[in-house]
Design a protein around this ligand. Structure first.
Ligand SMILES: Cc1cc2nc3c(=O)[nH]c(=O)nc-3n(C[C@H](O)[C@H](O)[C@H](O)COP(=O)(O)O)c2cc1C
Length: 206
């Protein structure tokens, strides 16, 4: 089993990465493969709602979004991490999440996920709340921890000194591993994922 951990920071090895790395190490100690996927520093660009993804399951703009979706299709669980920029997820990460979930929602259904935020001082709770919305609209079981999923610091070195933040990260990793193992055991026992009813879209007008 494999978990993909998205680093939505412009810093490849910054504060967000330190939190994700702690989760990844914990997952690997629990015999779950872990890969950190960095969205990079190139502008991602937001979703234009063109609908081209409807038949393909991939974004018409391609790039980092489709690169991730190719991996997401095969992954069993996810962690999405963002640095706090102005009390919300960093803009590039927000654009990435919009396009990933709009084009590739099918990659996430009933796969466990968690979201984390990194900040120097404040805005983490709103950031995690924002990111969690992508999971809960995609039928993903949300993995929780022993505190809000945050690490504090200006860089990775400071984040590692956030003892409670690091413990929170390890508990996400352990709980994610446990849930994945439970789901595997359920499958082996013949418990299948529930089917889907045809979607209904009502746009508030009828
Ligand atoms: C544009 C911008 C806005 C920021 N806004 C906030 C903020 O609202 N609250 C906060 O605590 N830190 C804020 N920061 C600081 C970062 O969240 C902090 O340095 C964090 O550790 C960066 O994580 P990273 O190394 O993973 O990018 C901001 C940084 C930038 C570049």
């Amino acid at each position: 089993m494999k978990v993909l951990l998205v680093n939505g920071s412009p810093h490849e090895n910054g504060t967000t990465w330190a939190g994700l790395d702690e989760i990844a190490r914990t997952l690997e100690a629990e015999d779950i493969k872990a890969e950190i996927f960095w969205i990079g520093t190139d502008p991602v660009g937001g979703c234009i709602g063109c609908g081209a993804c409807e038949g393909t399951g991939r974004c018409a703009f391609g790039g980092i979004v489709n690169e991730f979706l190719d991996k997401a299709e095969k992954a069993d669980g996810f962690v999405f991490g963002a640095p706090v920029h102005y009390a919300g997820p960093a803009g590039n990460m927000k654009a990435f999440m919009d396009r990933v979930f709009y084009a590739g929602g099918h990659c996430f259904r009933l796969k466990p996920g968690a979201c984390i935020a990194a900040a120097r001082r404040a805005g983490v709770v709103t950031t995690v709340d924002d990111l969690n919305k992508y999971l809960t609209i995609s039928e993903m079981p949300v993995v929780s921890s022993t505190y809000w999923n945050m690490v504090f610091g200006f860089d990775a070195k400071q984040a590692r000194q956030d003892a409670e933040g690091m413990l929170t990260m390890r508990n996400i990793g352990r709980n994610m591993a446990y849930l994945l193992k439970c789901m595997e055991a359920a499958k082996a026992a013949g418990i299948e994922k529930p089917g889907e009813e045809p979607r209904v879209w009502t746009h508030f007008i009828r």
